[in-house]
Design a protein around this ligand. Structure first.
Ligand SMILES: [Zn+2]
Length: 323
């Protein structure tokens, strides 16, 4: 749902999907009333499974109401893609200081194993002004220890996700030297619960010290049925399993549609993650490090065209499970 947020962020009139997601009271479901007009747009919002904003439309190839059919394919909008990603998680909030659960080690394992996985390769068909999406990602390397640094922890009081400028400021604070190649992807895991926000996560882009960065925001999803993939494998805590699913969604979108101008999304502004949200092509997806996760699939134009994907919530067979 990037169009809607562009409208909210910049006040630009766009012809499609321009209404406020919760136009009844004039406020977005995530309460954007305090949203700065200069804040980066929140892209690829991962709406909660029980929440359907008014503006969200999955393109219907054969509308029953007689409307003119629009293609469900995503089209290219001229921007860059991420040829690779230098990924670092930022665990933000006082509770991370004494945290003893499986989320920090689990998210590190998730991003480690995501690199080079068949799941990562579901995004590789997309090209942009700077090349083609690649399946390999890395972590920043410490200049002191020469070891990868998959995450950092900030035990100051965290913010929720209603202001992208606040999250960008947190990224710039915690990542003093972002990837000079502009491929930094910084995933902010707040310990704030979702409350009545209609979304689980989002991604965006900005700059830190003049360097382009991509970043994403995630709520604490413990016990949150609206953002839960219902992983019954027993391999992870519920909260970690939920974070992994939304992390897969946001990273896939950031790789195919990282910034402004945009790259790949459909006529309603849906990115590859949005188009397959809350549909699962397999019980578990295995990553390159052997870790296994219950993850939504990702939209593939090629799979839809060939008829080889599994069906999304509109019955369009363009989702790849990443097996
Ligand atoms: Zn999304």
């Amino acid at each position: 749902m990037k169009r809607t947020l562009f409208v909210l962020a910049f006040g630009i009139a766009v012809p499609l999907c321009a209404q406020n997601p919760n136009s009844g009271n004039g406020k977005g479901p995530e309460d954007l009333s305090g949203y700065s007009t200069s804040a980066p747009p929140m892209l690829g919002i991962h709406w909660a499974r029980d929440f359907t904003p008014n503006g969200r439309v999955i393109e219907d190839a054969s509308p029953s109401n007689g409307a003119k059919a629009r293609s469900p394919l995503m089209t290219y909008h001229g921007g860059k893609i991420m040829t690779t990603a230098v990924i670092q998680s930022i665990f933000w909030g006082t509770s991370w200081g004494s945290y003893t659960g499986d989320k920090i080690t689990g998210i590190d394992s998730f991003y480690t194993g995501h690199s080079g996985s068949n799941y990562a390769k579901t995004v590789d068909e997309y090209t942009g002004s700077n090349g083609q999406v690649g399946a390999t990602t890395t972590f920043p390397i410490s200049t002191i220890t020469n070891a990868p640094v998959p995450h950092v922890i900030d035990t100051t009081v965290a913010a929720g996700g209603n202001n992208s400028s606040v999250i960008l400021a947190e990224v710039c604070k915690m990542v003093p030297s972002p990837d000079p190649g502009g491929n930094g992807y910084y995933a902010v895991y707040s310990d704030v619960k979702r409350g009545n926000a209609g979304y689980c996560a989002w991604h965006s882009a900005g700059t830190c010290g003049g360097r382009p960065v991509q970043f994403a925001f995630f709520f604490n999803l413990d016990g949150d049925a609206g953002c839960d993939p219902v992983d019954t494998s027993g391999l992870h805590s519920q909260g970690l399993a939920a974070l992994a699913n939304v992390s897969a969604h946001e990273l896939s979108e950031a790789r195919s549609d990282p910034a402004s101008p945009g790259a790949w999304y459909d006529a309603s502004g849906n990115e590859n993650g949005d188009k397959c949200a809350w549909t699962f092509g397999a019980p578990l997806v295995t990553f390159t490090n052997g870790s296994q996760w219950k993850l939504q699939g990702e939209w593939s134009n090629a799979a839809y065209t060939a008829g080889t994907g599994y069906a999304n919530s509109s019955g369009q067979k363009g989702c790849l499970s990443g097996l």
